[in-house]
Write a protein that binds this ligand. Structure first.
Ligand SMILES: [Mg+2]
Length: 253
């Protein structure tokens, strides 16, 4: 391929169908917390919704950042706490940890499904000599890759665990995509980001990538376009190494 050397994929919602598991566990956790505030503080309960809360404030962000963003949107102030906080403690970390307990139990119980066309695309890229990496905010990234048998496909993994170790800023900053790109020996100006979250396409844009490919599986095409996606698809049928080359040609014009 003349125009690119690497493609860095987000995981949840792009390669695996874990986005819905995340959304469901966030909703359970936040609704329980908002109900507690109603009983204890006499605040009117307003449920956590997918459209108005999950997609704009939580989707794609690092766990504790997601907690903070949503609570801020509701005017709720609680301490950040510490990542070692007990799940359910009334801190951003405690609530985030509670969400993770719920997520892991759903994952253990139901496993994680894979979008087969995404795997086909990755194999086509590899066959064409393109480097591939995964960049996810999730601290469960490796567990999900193991559970789905995808771990060996990627040359590099920059996830929530690696980010914490390296002190990388989460999405919407571009750090984790840029780091993944550098790990496979490439530069962002010759690499592609594939993302399904608003915070993720912003990260691709902020990282200076040659192409940000948005995957709008929930009809949120416009949100992705308005936040940095150069091209938006609804699925990977018909997307292959050659198609990406053609998009890059178009963008150059
Ligand atoms: Mg995602």
């Amino acid at each position: 391929m003349k125009n690119y050397d690497a493609v860095i994929f987000d995981l949840d919602g792009v390669i695996t169908k874990t986005a819905l598991v995340h959304a469901a566990s966030w909703k359970q956790m936040f609704d329980e917390y908002l109900k507690l505030r109603e009983q204890r503080d006499k605040e009117l309960f307003k449920e956590f919704t997918h459209e108005k809360d999950y997609l704009p404030f939580v989707d794609g962000k690092p766990r504790y950042k997601g907690v903070e963003s949503f609570l801020e949107s509701r005017g709720i102030n609680i301490p950040f706490g510490d990542p070692t906080d007990v799940p359910g403690e009334e801190t951003a970390c405690g609530l985030g940890n509670k969400k993770n307990v719920k997520f892991k139990s759903i994952l253990e119980e139901k496993g994680a499904e894979v979008f087969d066309p995404a795997v086909a695309l990755m194999k086509d890229l590899k066959a064409n000599g393109i480097h591939i990496g995964v960049a996810s905010s999730s601290k469960n990234c490796q567990l999900i890759l193991q559970k789905t048998g995808l771990e060996d496909l990627f040359e590099t993994r920059v996830d929530g665990v690696v980010s914490a170790e390296m002190g990388l800023k989460g999405k919407p900053e571009g750090d984790i995509f840029v780091t993944a790109c550098e790990n496979v020996g490439c530069t962002p100006d010759r690499a592609v980001v594939v993302e399904d979250a608003v915070s993720g396409v912003q990260a691709g844009k902020n990282g200076g990538f040659a192409l940000v490919l948005g995957v709008a599986r929930e009809g949120n095409d416009d949100d992705l376009k308005n936040n940095g996606a150069d091209i938006v698809v609804n699925h990977f049928e018909g997307v292959n190494a050659q198609k990406i080359e053609e998009w890059l040609e178009e963008i150059k014009k």
